[in-house]
Write a new protein. Structure first.
Length: 113
């Protein structure tokens, strides 16, 4: 680990230390996928440990979100299940995706049990 400059260092000494630290970093060879190495594993190991669930999110202007929330409320649903079911239905109806390939997205909707 690089030794930090002393707490009583002058501004010039700190600037010189920063320049030296950056020069040292520039001299080191680049390491692809450094995040995995920092965790002490290979990319394959990190992928094997990846979560099984991902989150899909998008921004909606507040006035439009109020409409979505009201539609969900009218159907007795929270917003997230309504959006999941609507997206799953769209994937099947418009995207041509087999409903059996996306059971979570179609669950409880028009196309799923």
């Amino acid at each position: 680990m690089t030794q930090l400059p002393p707490s009583d260092a002058t501004e010039k000494e700190v600037a010189a230390w920063v320049r030296a630290a950056i020069a040292n970093l520039d001299d080191e060879p680049r390491k692809r996928n450094w995040r995995y190495y920092a965790l002490g594993m290979t990319m394959g190991q990190a992928i094997a440990m990846a979560p099984e669930v991902s989150r899909l999110g998008f921004r909606v202007p507040t006035p439009e979100f109020r409409i979505v929330r009201q539609v969900a409320r009218d159907r007795g649903l929270p917003v997230e299940p309504l959006a999941r079911r609507a997206f799953g239905t769209w994937l099947v109806a418009v995207g041509g995706v087999d409903p059996e390939a996306i059971p979570y997205l179609t669950r409880g909707g028009i196309l799923g049990p």
